[in-house]
Design a protein around this ligand. Structure first.
Ligand code: RNT
Ligand code: ZN
Length: 417
C-alpha cells in the first residue's frame, strides 16, 4: 500500500473522533521550530581566537565530519532542513559571527558580522534567533560573568549582551519576524556558597542595565534561561528558575525553560500551563537530560509528547516559542538535527490528533476511567501513517528513508573534511 493509501485509511480512524486531519496539517506546517546551529560543530563557533568550550556544559564524542567553517555549517543545516517538514528558524550564538579573520571582542560584535547568516536565511526562507555567548572566553574563566564581583568583567558582558540584542534586532528587521535573543549565563559555584544573595543582586542589576537599552519588540524579544546546576556549579547557580521567573514577570521578559535544567523528576510539561497564566509567551529549549543535563538528542518519548500536548491543547502554538538544545558528537550531526527536530514536530502532530476537547470534558465530569482508556488507546492509533503522509506532502522523505540521504551526504561531503 502506498503512503497515501495508508494515510486515507488511518485518517478515517481519526475522523470518527471529529479530528480534521487536513486542517491539522495546515496548522502544523505553520509552527516554526528554532533549530540550534551548535549541534553542527559541538558548540565550537568561528571566533578567530577560538577557546575551549567552558561554562559547565560539555559535548562528548568525536564522530568525524563536524563543520569547521560557516559555509560547512550552513551546508549541513541545509541538508538537515531538507529532511525536516516545514519552514523553521535557526538559532545562532554570538561565537558564530564572521569577522574576516580579525579578532573582534564580543562586546564589539555588530550586525555586519552576521550578514552572511542573514543573506542565507533570506535565501532559504528561514527566521533567525540569537544568543550572546557568555562562556568559552578568558573573561568567563572562573565561571562568573554578569554576576562577577569585578565590575569590569560584568561591564564587558553587559556590553556583549546589549550588542547581542542589537544583532537580534537586525535579524528581526531583515527577516520580518522578531528574533528571540536568549541570555543564558553559567554563573555559579562548585561548592556551598557563603552568600547566595549578593551574586543574585549583581545579576539583577546587570540585567537591568542590559535591558535599559530599548529595542522594539517588533524586531527583538528577550528571554532569560535558568538552570539548576552545571559542571563546576553543582552547589549553586545564580540564575536559578525562581530568580528568572521573578525577573521575567516583573520586567516583561520571556522565561526560557530548558528541559534539562530542572531536578530529574521535575518536568517542563507541567510548568507551561502555570506559567502561561501569568505571561503571554514562554520559550523552550527542548533537550533530553539523561540522569543529568546531558543534552542528548530529543526522542519521541513520554515527556516530549506531553510537552506537545500542553502546547496544543492549551491553544498555545503562538505563545510557546519552541527551540531545541542538544548536542551529541558521537553520531552523525546532520542525523542528530534531523532526528531531534522531526521528533519535536511529531510530538505536535501527535497532540493535534487527540480528541483533546472530549478528553478535557471527561476530566471535568470526573470520568477518569474513560480518560485513561482513551489516552492509552490513542497511543496505538495509526499515527505513523499520518506522519508519513505529512512528510511526503511536505516534500521530505517519509519514514527512515531520510537516513539514506544523510549517508550519501556523509560519503560525499562530511567524510572528505
Ligand atoms: C546550557 C544552556 C544553554 C546552552 C546553549 C549553548 O546549559 O542550556 O542554552 O546549551 O546556549
Ligand atoms: Zn539551553
Amino acid at each position: 500500500m502506498s503512503t497515501k493509501e495508508n494515510f486515507e485509511r488511518a485518517k478515517k480512524d481519526y475522523e470518527k473522533w471529529g479530528i480534521d486531519v487536513d486542517q491539522v496539517f495546515e496548522q502544523l506546517k505553520n509552527v516554526p521550530i528554532s533549530i540550534h546551529c551548535w549541534q553542527g560543530d559541538d558548540i565550537g563557533g568561528f571566533e578567530t581566537n577560538q577557546q575551549e568550550l567552558s561554562g559547565g556544559i560539555d559535548v562528548t564524542g568525536n564522530y568525524p565530519g563536524k563543520a569547521t567553517t560557516p559555509e560547512e555549517l550552513r551546508s549541513d543545516l541545509e541538508k538537515a532542513l531538507s529532511l525536516i517538514p516545514g519552514k523553521h528558524r535557526v538559532n545562532l550564538h554570538a561565537i558564530y559571527g564572521e569577522t574576516d579573520g580579525k579578532v573582534v571582542e564580543r562586546d564589539e560584535l555588530e550586525p555586519k558580522h552576521f550578514e552572511n547568516w542573514v543573506n542565507w536565511a533570506k535565501e532559504n526562507g528561514l527566521g533567525l534567533d540569537f544568543n550572546p555567548t557568555l562562556f568559552s572566553h578568558p573573561k568567563a574563566e572562573d565561571g562568573l560573568t554578569l554576576a562577577h564581583p569585578d565590575k569590569e568583567i560584568r561591564d564587558y558582558w553587559i556590553r556583549h549582551c546589549i550588542a547581542s540584542r542589537k544583532i537580534g534586532e537586525y535579524f528581526g528587521k531583515e527577516l520580518g519576524k522578531p528574533a528571540l535573543t536568549n541570555i543564558w549565563i553559567p554563573d555559579g559555584y562548585k561548592d556551598i556558597p557563603s552568600d547566595r544573595l549578593t551574586p543574585r543582586k549583581r545579576l539583577k542589576e546587570s540585567l537591568d542595565e542590559i535591558f535599559a537599552t530599548e529595542i522594539d519588540e517588533k524586531y527583538n524579544v528577550d528571554a532569560v534561561e535558568s538552570k539548576l546546576f552545571g559542571i563546576g556549579s553543582e552547589a549553586y547557580v545564580v540564575g536559578s528558575h525562581e530568580f528568572y521567573m521573578g525577573y521575567a514577570l516583573k520586567n516583561n521578559k520571556l522565561c526560557l525553560l530548558d528541559t534539562g535544567h530542572y531536578h530529574p523528576t521535575e518536568v517542563v510539561s507541567n510548568k507551561l500551563s502555570a506559567m502561561m497564566l501569568y505571561s503571554d509567551k514562554v520559550a523552550l529549549h527542548v533537550s533530553r537530560p539523561v540522569r543529568w543535563d546531558s543534552d542528548h538528542v530529543v526522542i519521541f518519548d513520554d515527556e516530549l509528547r506531553e510537552i506537545g500536548l500542553e502546547i496544543v491543547r492549551n491553544d498555545a502554538l503562538d505563545k510557546v516559542m519552541i527551540g531545541l538544545d542538544f548536542f551529541d558528537a558521537s553520531i552523525n550531526r546532520v542525523a542528530a538535527w534531523t532526528i531531534g527536530t522531526r521528533n519535536m514536530i511529531k510530538s505536535l502532530l501527535y497532540a493535534m490528533l487527540l480528541p483533546n476537547e472530549h478528553l478535557k470534558q471527561l476530566q471535568e465530569e470526573g470520568n477518569f476511567t474513560d480518560r485513561l482508556a482513551l489516552m492509552e488507546e490513542f497511543k496505538t492509533y495509526p499515527f505513523g501513517a499520518i506522519w508519513d503522509y505529512y512528510c511526503e506532502k511536505m516534500g521530505v522523505p517519509a519514514k527512515e528513508t531520510w537516513l539514506e540521504e544523510v549517508k550519501a551526504y556523509e560519503k560525499d561531503v562530511l567524510s572528505k573534511r
